[in-house]
Design a protein around this ligand. Structure first.
Ligand code: ATP
Ligand code: CA
Ligand code: CA
Length: 407
């Protein structure tokens, strides 16, 4: 499977930014790796941020480098150090992933907000450039975020590992967050969905023929319902409730459930009997075979390199059923999670990766204006920009419609 994104080479306009980010992270992680103490409330202080100068010739604390001088800021470093520990990210691994020689890969900006996304070579971490207001929101919610994710190990909200700012001399500040890549798994993603539970404009703009496994599809593109075993199903609804309560209390809206879907090779056999071309069938069969072989080796190796025990949303086995008419969004089945009886199409064994992303938007003046403006064109309840309470209710309802309990 081709890896997404291109490596950022020297000469790329973002090369210097990426290099300063790597230097900064190496410095921060190294600096805080040795400090070993309990968190104090002062560590959460929004003013708990440290500027460090990185002159090209190096200094007592910073290495020499070939970039123009820049300044580097760490927000609440002790808290993020603790979060990395909670998320079981080893400091050396973190440094290797973030600062390794291969550099980072730049993803063609997947969102509308204008943020840039970078991916580490090992796929574990994503760096996203964010607005000042988003950093503010994150730092403000940090105490309750920390409490929430410490309490609920199965929480689906984004795992954050750090927040930083880089400012080259005479240049603009760039703020960014480091988070877990939800799609870091040995199972290649075949389809991905960014789901908000709203319908207005929630369809990919790509023409059918251009849609492939790298396309992020949206609510109205989804024509599948996911069946989980009853334990995980209950756990999912419980956790979504807890996570939504948390986000609602923080005044957050506009977040999504990001779902990645891997069709298991058992489905290949099924497709072999369907009317696809011979070439396609052979290719599918071979890729299925290689996958089986890899899976077998993984099993034999016991704890395969990236294989983790099942946690909510990570490498989750499920069954997906295709809805034959319309999209899952249109399946009006409010709250009726257990009496799901739409027109059933084919059924597939799948592996799911999912989590809640983009959780740093509060219902600010721009979102209120967006709501007012779009309300002139569409049903106000169908647009993404609504107040956090309505947002969370709609989001939960939607999830209760697209997931169901397997028999
Ligand atoms: P907008 O505000 O316009 O929705 P944005 O720039 O804030 O966009 P996000 O919604 O955070 O961007 O992310 C855009 C896309 O990037 C997602 O739909 C998803 O495909 C990918 N993405 C974001 N975060 C992650 C993550 N943690 N793991 C995997 N993919 C991600
Ligand atoms: Ca988004
Ligand atoms: Ca956003």
């Amino acid at each position: 499977v081709k890896k997404p994104g291109g490596t950022i080479w020297k000469g790329n306009k973002n090369y210097d930014l990426m290099r300063s980010l790597q230097l900064g992270i190496r410095y921060s992680v190294g600096k805080h790796a040795v400090v070993c103490r309990e968190l104090r409330s002062g560590d959460f202080d929004p003013n708990e941020k440290f500027w460090t100068k990185f002159p090209p010739e190096g200094s007592k604390f910073t290495p020499s480098h070939q970039l123009a001088e820049f300044r580097w800021k760490d927000y609440c470093p002790m808290v993020f150090r603790q979060l990395r520990e909670l998320y079981k990210v080893d400091p050396t691994d973190y440094m290797m992933s973030m600062c390794g020689n291969g550099g980072l890969r730049e993803l063609s900006s997947p969102g509308k907000s204008g943020s840039f996304f970078y991916l580490t070579q090992d796929d574990r971490f994503i760096v996203k450039t964010v607005k000042k207001s988003e950093v503010k929101v994150l730092i403000k919610m940090l105490p309750s975020y920390y409490q929430h994710v410490s309490r609920y190990q199965n929480s689906l909200v984004t795992k954050f590992f750090g927040v930083h700012c880089v400012k080259p001399i005479g240049g603009q500040k760039t703020r960014f967050i480091v988070m877990a890549n939800l799609f870091c798994s040995e199972y290649p993603i075949h389809e991905r969905y960014d789901l908000k539970g709203s319908s207005y404009g929630r369809k990919t703009e790509k023409p059918e023929c251009e849609i492939d496994e790298s396309t992020t599809r949206k609510d109205l593109d989804l024509n599948l319902v996911f069946f989980l075993n009853k334990y995980w199903f209950r756990e999912l609804l419980r956790q979504i409730d807890l996570d939504c309560n948390f986000l609602e209390a923080e005044g957050i809206m506009d977040y999504s459930l990001l779902v990645g879907l891997h069709f298991r090779c058992d489905n290949v056999a099924r497709e072999l009997h369907s009317g696809k071309s011979e070439q396609y069938r052979i290719e599918k069969f071979l890729s299925g075979f290689h996958f089986l072989e890899a899976e077998f080796q993984n099993l034999n190796r016991g704890n395969g390199c990236r294989k983790r025990p099942v946690r909510l949303g990570a490498n989750m086995p499920a069954r997906a059923e295709r809805i034959t008419t319309g999209s899952a969004f249109d399946q009006c089945n409010p709250g009726g999670v257990n009496n799901f009886t739409p027109f059933r199409g084919e059924s597939y064994d799948v592996i799911l990766q999912f989590g809640i992303i983009d959780i740093l938007q509060d219902y600010d003046i721009s979102k209120k204006l967006e709501h007012a403006y779009k309300s002139l064109q569409a049903d106000p309840t169908s647009i993404s920009a609504v107040d956090p309470k309505l947002y969370s209710r709609r989001f939960r309802d939607f999830i209760a419609r697209i997931f169901a309990k397997d028999a």
